[in-house]
Design a protein around this ligand. Structure first.
Ligand code: GLN
Length: 288
């Protein structure tokens, strides 16, 4: 069988199952199964594929046909130009989250020595990307799931990062010393439970629900983080959080309790996705 015919067969099967970008998915999965790059598939479609190779490709295509995200099948997702291993224990990094990295890069000079924490690090994409761009920063990457921390550890080794520690901890017991941080970042779970029906089936069926959903109309974790920030941040420290497109106003209101200046960065589609507080006012709540 010719490679081009296998790609067509795979793409048609995914299209019939109403999967998004069927041809691209077919090319990526077939390239992976054949230990090739996608460009090899595109530039050399007339090579022949034997039966054993075809079966390997069909096995991956079948997983996608049933809805499994391509990143889990490949075991990898690119974030901010860096490769991250992902498993079903970690959320798949999203392009929106890159705005958080942009915000930090816009506000902190590259050579500055500072300490940051990435809470709910998942595969480590936020914390490890910051560590890559800020060679003098020290990072503490936390997650409440040990399986996620194992993936983050693998990614830190893969990227050659030596400036981050990985620590187990949840929002109720953050193992962080008071006034020890200059920057707190997180992409916490923020989808409201009643909005489950708006989430794509593939996400619901395969991605960890603990990384997606939060009580209090999606604001529970965001509020817990914001309220603990004044205790954890040094004077002048900043907090930068991802949230849902409709949560900007609520998050700014929560931030304004503790931070002098509060704002939101929009994503490329103009949606409010990243809000920040800077600098921290100290424990304003305790004072009032
Ligand atoms: N920090 C990871 C990400 O941004 C995981 C976030 C999460 O688990 N909510 O993708």
């Amino acid at each position: 069988m010719l490679l081009r015919d296998l790609v067509q067969e795979g793409s048609d099967a995914l299209a019939r199952a109403h999967r998004e970008s069927p041809r691209l998915c077919a090319e990526l999965l077939i390239a992976h199964a054949l230990h090739k790059e996608r460009i090899d598939i595109l530039t050399n479609p007339d090579q022949s594929v034997d039966e054993e190779q075809r079966q390997r490709c069909l096995a991956l295509l079948e997983r996608k046909r049933r809805g499994e995200p391509v990143s889990y099948i490949l075991g990898e997702k690119e974030f901010y130009g860096l490769p991250f291993s992902v498993t079903k224990d970690t959320l798949i990094p999203r392009p929106e989250t890159e705005g958080l990295i942009d915000w930090v890069r816009e506000h902190i000079p590259k050579e500055r020595a500072f300490t940051f924490a990435d809470i709910g690090t998942g595969c480590g994409n936020i914390g490890l990307t910051l560590a890559t761009y800020f060679p003098n920063a020290r990072g503490i990457l936390l997650d409440c799931q040990c399986a996620a921390l194992a993936v983050a550890k693998k990614n830190s080794e893969r990227l050659g990062i030596r400036t981050c520690v990985l620590v187990a901890g949840d929002l109720n017991h953050l193992p962080l010393a008071p006034k020890s941080l200059d920057l707190l970042v997180a992409n916490p779970p923020y989808i409201a439970l009643p909005e489950e029906h708006l989430v794509m089936d593939e996400v619901l069926a395969f991605e960890p629900s603990t990384a997606l959903f939060a009580k209090k109309n999606g604001l529970f974790c965001l509020e817990r983080l914001i309220d603990q920030a004044p205790t954890l941040l040094r004077e002048g420290g900043c907090l930068c959080l991802e949230h849902g497109a409709e949560q900007g106003e609520s998050v700014r209101t929560l931030l304004a309790k503790h931070f002098f200046s509060v704002g939101t960065k929009k994503d490329l589609a103009g949606r409010e996705r990243i809000s920040y507080g800077t600098p921290c006012l100290g424990n304003k709540n305790n004072a009032t």
